[in-house]
Design a protein around this ligand. Structure first.
Ligand code: GRF
Length: 189
């Protein structure tokens, strides 16, 4: 039987799309299915991608959606086995972490433990990498715990930082490998 995954997203959802495309390509061999896409903001592009793919969506409680359900309730309601964060910007509540031990993963657009932690998301990550003079960046998939970008690392994929890189060019290079790495790690885990 396929594992039922919830994808939690706050933004555009290109990693969600990469996962859906990968699973479609795997067809009957796929070991997981995306059973739910949950977002903490109603305008997240990931919601539209999920709708287009015919996947149930949910809004979870946040300052942008104060009346929405708690993430744990939503996960239970959709009978989820595993959770993948894909651009989800909030720390997870303790009750959700407790109910899904070693069953929540995240992808981060740098080589953790460097360039992670509170406030290190989106363009800020790539800007910090460029300012540091690092010659390598990349993507990291890790388990999720109660701290930002902190759980055990499952997989990393390095990419070069080039002399003429901008935030835009570096983030595009990293995102490209995220889209290859994340679906495969999710399925393997
Ligand atoms: C990705 O860079 C991911 O590593 C980070 O947030 C971004 C999400 O992008 N956690 P998208 O919404 O999947 O396009």
């Amino acid at each position: 039987m396929k594992s039922r995954i919830a994808v939690l997203a706050s933004g555009g959802g290109t990693n969600l799309q990469a996962l859906l495309d990968y699973l479609a390509q795997r067809g009957p061999l796929a070991e997981v299915e995306v059973a739910l896409v949950a977002c903490d903001r109603p305008d997240a592009g990931a919601i539209e991608r999920a709708r287009r793919a015919g996947i149930p969506t949910a809004l979870v409680r946040s300052p942008k959606a104060p009346d929405a359900a708690e993430p744990l309730m939503v996960a239970r309601e959709h009978d989820v086995d595993f959770i993948a964060l894909a651009g989800y910007l909030r720390l997870l509540p303790g009750d959700l972490l407790a109910e899904f031990p070693s069953r929540i993963v995240n992808i981060h657009p740098a080589l953790l433990p460097a360039f992670g932690g509170p406030g290190m998301y989106g363009e800020r990550v790539h800007r910090a990498v460029l300012l540091s003079g690092a010659g390598v960046s990349g993507a990291t998939v890790h388990y999720v715990d109660e701290e930002y970008d902190h759980g055990a690392i499952l997989a990393q994929w390095p990419v070069p930082v080039l002399a003429d890189d901008t935030v835009r060019s570096l983030s595009a290079r990293v995102l490209k490998v995220e889209h290859v790495l994340y679906p495969r790690v999710i399925e393997a885990v």
